[in-house]
Design a protein around this ligand. Structure first.
Ligand code: 13P
Length: 229
């Protein structure tokens, strides 16, 4: 199975021109990559502009709503994301849990709606307890289809990536609780300096990259390092 490397651009960049430039540079830089599935999750507003059928890069949303449609001002339904060409959606990122006050119940409903719409959710967690709550009521085959990203809150955007042995322990614990088949990713200050260790030593199936994914050279380097493992 290919490694998954997911770019979470968060609320960046400010202009469409920059977004297109980052996307195109990344696309060009990884055209010979074989063993990595690269997914870029830009702000919603850029999705339709950067999506391309021919691209080697897949796209995803950074969130979605739990309903297909209706009177929910400002929301984006998973069906809309699917319709525009997304295959993935990040759900339950710690920044949304913190700033948008998303609860495990809301996240659980979003995962169900995303699966129903045919998207692959990338569930973000920073502790084991969240997994049970966030996947409550899902069949084992649904859980197997998830990507679960371990993102310790203190490691996000701080430059203080999680130690490899601690990350490995969490990876194994997540695999155990999720039934061993879901793809488990690491996120939190991933760089070209530490990417290899999380895959090779800690055994993760991929990476969720924030800040470094906005710097094409660095992001391409991360992807190439993982591609050559
Ligand atoms: P950084 O890579 O900037 O630490 O962000 C991680 C993250 O939150 C990805 O979802």
């Amino acid at each position: 199975m290919k490694y998954l490397i997911v770019a979470n651009w968060k609320c960046n960049p400010v202009t469409l021109k920059e977004a297109e430039s980052i996307f195109q540079k990344t696309e060009k830089g990884i055209k010979d990559v074989k063993n990595v599935e690269t997914i870029i999750c830009p702000p919603f507003i850029y999705l339709s502009k950067i999506v391309s059928e021919k691209s080697g890069i897949k796209i995803g949303g950074q969130d979605c709503y739990s309903q297909e449609k209706g009177a929910f001002t400002g929301e984006m339904s998973p069906n809309m994301l699917k319709e525009i060409g997304c295959q993935y959606v990040i759900i339950g990122h710690s920044e949304r849990r913190k700033y948008q006050k998303e609860t495990d119940k809301m996240i659980n409903e979003k995962i169900k709606a995303a699966l129903k719409a045919g998207l692959r959710p990338i569930l973000c967690i920073d502790n084991i307890d969240q997994i049970k709550k966030d996947t409550d009521g899902l069949s084992q085959s649904d859980i197997n289809s998830l990507a679960i990203a371990y993102e310790p809150i203190w490691a996000i955007g701080t430059g203080k990536a999680c130690g490899i042995s601690e990350a490995k322990e969490m990876n194994l614990a997540i695999k155990e609780i999720s039934g061993k088949s879901a793809s488990i990713l690491y996120g939190g200050s991933v760089s070209s300096q530490n990417a290899q260790e999380y895959i090779k030593e800690a055994g993760f199936n991929g990476l969720l990259v924030g800040g470094a994914s906005l710097k094409p050279e660095e992001f391409i380097e991360i992807i190439k390092i993982v591609d050559s493992i």
